[in-house]
Design a binder for this molecule. Structure first.
Ligand SMILES: [Zn+2]
Length: 263
């Protein structure tokens, strides 16, 4: 990471960009228009994205790299410094570690708590948020869309199977998957997710125009902050809102502004 860390968590340098909080807060506030929801959403998103990135960071460390984390306007990034020696299989583990960590530590337990405890009021709302961000959203992050974690896994998986880079094919897969997911969210009425996946389709179109060789520029993982705003009205009435309509965990992962920030 070029710029200094604000703090160290488990020994990993972590930097927080103001844009991270502004973007997350803006999305939450425009959805709920309530300051207490916005603050709660920012807190849960920050913790969730951070834990996702820590999952990647611990995996990197396990394989001998020295990662750092940046929380930026579009989510989180884990930079894999000194990770050139990682094998293709190890990179797949690193890519999967983010979502696996949040699913295991947050999304799964939240789902169990919702089922067993059937909470009401704020407790239910908060658990719904945690569930959507860390289970559903984590799964979306594993969709075969470059540059999401899932796109990196497909990229490395094809390299592992075929012995050579299939980057162009990966971008085609990503384009089709991103377009399909955008259409899905269109029918769900989740505008932000449509924009995100539309943008992902667009950047893969760009890559298809540019990519010729198999240069690997992505030792970095990233996550796009989700946009899933709550539906306060149902909650306020004490109704148990169906989570589906309640928060829309949109995407994560990232449009990688800088293709190789970690190097
Ligand atoms: Zn990730």
């Amino acid at each position: 990471m070029a710029r200094p860390a604000h703090l160290h968590i488990f020994g990993f340098p972590v930097r927080f960009e103001l844009w991270f909080f502004l973007v997350v807060g803006f999305i939450a506030f425009t959805a709920s228009a309530r300051i207490e929801y916005t603050i709660g959403w920012i807190a849960i998103i920050t913790a969730s994205v951070l834990i996702h990135e820590l999952g990647h960071a611990f995996a990197y460390r396990y394989y001998g790299a020295t990662p750092s984390i940046s929380m930026h306007g579009f989510g989180g990034l884990t930079f894999g410094h000194n990770s050139d020696h990682l094998s293709t299989g190890q990179r797949i583990v690193v890519s999967a570690a983010g979502s696996a960590t949040t699913m295991l530590l947050l999304g799964g337990p939240a789902w169990v708590a919702l089922r067993l405890l059937d909470p009401v009021g704020d407790a239910r709302l908060i658990l719904d948020w945690i569930f959507w961000i860390n289970l559903i959203w984590a799964l979306i992050n594993l969709a075969p869309v470059w540059p999401l974690d899932g796109g990196h896994i497909v990229d490395d998986g094809l390299l592992l199977i075929s012995g050579k880079s299939r980057r162009r094919f990966v971008h085609w897969i990503s384009l089709v998957a991103a377009a399909a997911i955008a259409v899905f969210f269109w029918f769900q009425g989740s505008t932000f997710a449509v924009i995100i996946f539309g943008f992902m389709a667009y950047i893969n179109i760009g890559q298809l125009g540019l990519v010729g060789g198999g240069s690997r520029t992505d030792s970095v993982d990233s996550v796009l902050a989700p946009s899933p705003p709550p539906t306060p009205p149902d909650h306020v009435r004490g109704v148990h809102p169906d989570s589906e309509n309640d928060t829309e965990p949109d995407t994560e992962n990232d449009p990688d502004p800088d293709p190789s920030p970690g190097r």
